[in-house]
Design a protein around this ligand. Structure first.
Ligand SMILES: [Zn+2]
Length: 274
């Protein structure tokens, strides 16, 4: 059985030679070789509303800039040229798995067809998902297997976080996700996330009324944390960056703050070979 992971924490660190600042957990990297990062807007080559580190290729940005920005992120993490699995995110609950490095090409094809989580078992294969207000989640098992998850309100309500944690537990050969670390990145927080009373009520039914600030404001972080807890994660193993993208749209892309025209920041994870 793999050693226990250190308690999760997220710290803003400059990474690599570029001026990429990301939220990361270096103690995790030391313990199990998994480098995680939640990137922001700084350090890339895109301009205008996509300035500068846009990693989303489904917005109107120059695709050459997006490709370079993804390279910059990999270089910053110390994994230049690693294969990168980037799903077409569809607000569903499909999970793509990468059992071995040789499975990366097939996983990329599956991901391109639509998925909102990637479980990576292989070393030196990265999973990158894109965000501008939706909740980015990274789950890491003691062996170094990990999942990167996109939880917008639809995915959060449908249980994508718990599903990814349980699928990761399954490939880990564990009955539950107890002992896994989870990291919640910057996203739209409850004070800015106003939704319909109907949707808010669905969240309360699914995850308890405590996640409602009022009849229309929902805490996605609380929904996801409750979902993870049901999969076996203890609360002390869930780290939350506590940053609102709408309130900090100078540092992070925010769909709501930019009226829909903006880039995407990334949640990314990769494990070194040994
Ligand atoms: Zn806010």
């Amino acid at each position: 059985m793999a050693a226990q992971l250190p308690k999760p924490q997220l710290n803003a660190l400059p990474l690599g030679a570029h001026s990429v600042s990301a939220l990361t957990d270096e103690a995790l990297f030391d313990a199990c070789g998994v480098r995680i990062a939640f990137t922001g807007r700084e350090g890339g080559v895109s301009t205008g509303p996509y300035a500068s580190l846009n990693t989303g290729d489904h917005v109107e940005d120059d695709l050459a800039c997006v490709a370079r920005n993804r390279e910059i992120v990999l270089e910053a993490l110390g994994f230049q040229g690693a294969p990168l699995v980037v799903p077409k995110q569809v607000h569903g609950t499909s999970v793509v798995k990468v059992p071995a490095a040789g499975d990366a090409p097939q996983a990329m094809e599956e991901a391109a067809a639509g998925a909102d989580a990637v479980v990576v078992e292989a070393p030196e294969v990265a999973a990158l998902l894109n965000f501008a207000d939706c909740l980015p989640l990274i789950i890491v098992a003691p062996s170094g297997r990990f999942a990167v998850v996109h939880a917008g309100w639809r995915g959060a309500l449908a249980g994508i976080a718990g599903k990814a944690a349980r699928e990761l537990a399954q490939v880990e050969g564990e009955g539950s996700a107890a002992g896994f670390n989870a990291y919640i990145g910057p996203h739209i927080r409850s004070e800015c996330f106003e939704t319909s009373e109907d949707i808010a009520a669905q969240f309360a039914d699914a995850y308890g009324a405590e996640l409602l600030a009022d009849a229309r404001h929902v805490s996605l972080a609380q929904a996801v944390s409750t979902d993870l807890a049901r999969a076996g994660l203890t609360r002390e193993r869930i780290a939350d960056a506590g940053i609102c993208t709408v309130c900090n749209s100078d540092r992070y892309f925010s769909y709501r703050a930019a009226d829909g025209v903006c880039g995407r920041h990334a949640a990314i994870a990769i494990r070194r070979a040994n």
